[in-house]
Design a protein around this ligand. Structure first.
Ligand code: DLL
Length: 433
């Protein structure tokens, strides 16, 4: 079903006319209200009035994640705090999160976009949505929640964790749509089996899965094991949260980007040059309608590709391919964003370990695992095994406290982690997606 028939099926010229008008408005607005943008535009010698055509977007500077950090927490907001009704945040390299804000109208826009998203995935009024995305600062839980309500579906705000209980609720409440990360979908399948529940006998038809990279093979596995259609949903907190792009259940071939609200570009991550449709590169988004936290040419670091061929679902929106990786080093472990440098910052506060470490990321069963190998200092290694184990537990706790991700810390003998002759290799990612 198409939730917003008018805006999701606009002819290209009509869509572009709307985009241009909205772009001009947002550019005026950020120039007038966000000191960061006034400075960045002035440095590039570009004024809001220079945006006369969509191509002029390329005259504007990029916004980087670092810019958000430099303006932590609220300095990038384009509206006074009294108009901000919601704050969300995602983790960042410094231990400080990336903070995003919403006005009442932004929440309304987001709810609409999530209603469109869920509808594209095959959800309709009368469905029961088992929403296992995390509720809290993360945008996943509340984003889906508002979208499901807007659509008129019933939403079960179960959030993540307590998997056995989730299996019971899924069965008892007869949910028809599952929303959670792809890895958690498989985990739910696994626990259901352990509990003697045949997932395929449940009422689920659809899984709306995203927030972390996954592959076609993983989709097949989810679909086979759970007996559902699994569609890919993409979004990021900075741009709005979930609700930026979604696959339609009819085709499941690329994610439709809601272009009346976001302009996508693909750039060469090295040079910043804009690449033509069909060429892979880094995704960049400009928000067109957000009030509290508009962003101009935000570099996502996500690698994808854009294509314009029409889709059989009838939507005229451009599609992005599945995200294939990132142009920086961010790891996503069980849906949590983790930068190696964050772990480093925890390790560096300790005197008993050496500054040599290696992260080993793997997937056991269907869950991501993170093993942190750290060299102890020579003087420490002769200590009792019990002390070493205590140290391991302590570091695990520090990492969990700061990053929200559990890991296994393994202290290794001095000089056993490979030294580098250039860039250090800090991460071995064994997950075969
Ligand atoms: O993950 C928003 C979201 C919630 C999307 C629920 C989908 C479902 P952040 O925590 O800010 O926001 O993380 C954003 O996650 O830049 C990508 O690297 C990655 N990501 C999100 N969706 C996908 C996807 C939410 N479908 C970061 N495929 C993004 C691959 C994804 N990576």
């Amino acid at each position: 079903m198409i939730y917003d028939e008018e805006f999701e099926t606009l002819p290209r010229e009509a869509l572009e006319a709307i985009q241009l008008k909205r772009l001009q408005q947002v550019v005026e607005k950020v120039y007038a209200t966000v000191p960061f943008y006034k400075k960045a535009f002035d440095e590039k010698g570009v004024k809001p009035g220079d945006i006369r055509a969509l191509e002029d977007l390329q005259k504007l500077p990029f916004t980087m994640k670092q810019d958000l950090r430099d303006n932590y927490p609220f300095a990038m907001f384009a509206t006074p705090m009294e108009n901000v009704v919601r704050i969300h945040a995602s983790s960042g390299t410094t231990g400080k999160p990336t903070v995003v804000g919403y006005t009442r109208r932004d929440i309304d826009t987001w709810s609409d976009l999530m209603a469109r998203t869920l509808a594209a995935a095959g959800t309709h009024k009368g469905d029961i949505v088992h929403n296992a995305y995390g509720y809290g600062l993360f945008t996943g839980g509340l984003g889906f929640h508002y979208g499901a309500e807007r659509l008129g579906a019933s939403v079960i705000p179960v959030s993540g964790g307590n998997t056995k209980r989730q299996v019971m609720l899924m069965k008892d409440f007869g949910a028809t749509v599952l929303s959670c990360t792809p890895s958690y979908a498989l985990r739910l399948g696994e626990v259901a089996a352990e509990e003697g529940v045949d997932f395929k006998s449940l009422k689920f038809r659809i899984g709306v899965c995203g927030a972390e990279p996954w592959s076609e093979n993983m989709r097949k596995e989810i679909e086979n094991q759970l007996g559902i259609d699994a569609v890919d949903i993409y979004g990021l907190s900075e741009i709005i949260g979930p609700g930026v792009a979604v696959e339609c259940v009819e085709a499941k071939q690329g994610l439709h980007i809601f272009e009346d609200h976001f302009i996508p570009e693909i750039i060469d991550p090295e040079t910043g040059e804009v690449l033509p449709y069909g060429e892979p590169g880094e995704l960049v988004f400009t928000t067109l309608t957000k009030e509290a936290f508009p962003l101009i040419r935000y570099r996502t670091r996500d690698l994808s590709v854009l294509y314009r061929e029409p889709c059989r679902c009838g939507r005229t929106l451009v599609r992005m391919g599945r995200v294939t990786g990132r142009s920086d080093d961010m790891l996503i472990i069980r849906g949590v964003n983790v930068f190696p440098s964050q772990i480093e910052s925890v390790l560096m506060t300790r005197k008993d370990v050496a500054p040599y470490y290696l992260l080993i990321v793997d997937r056991k069963g269907h869950m991501d695992t993170l093993e942190v190998n750290i060299e102890v200092n020579e003087n420490v290694f002769s200590d009792a095994v019990k002390d070493l184990q205590n140290m391991e537990r302590e570091i695990e706790k520090d990492i969990k406290d700061l990053l929200g991700v559990s890991c296994k810390v393994r202290l290794v003998e001095p000089k056993t982690i490979q030294r580098s002759e250039g860039k250090a290799k800090r991460v071995i990612d064994k997950r075969k997606l």
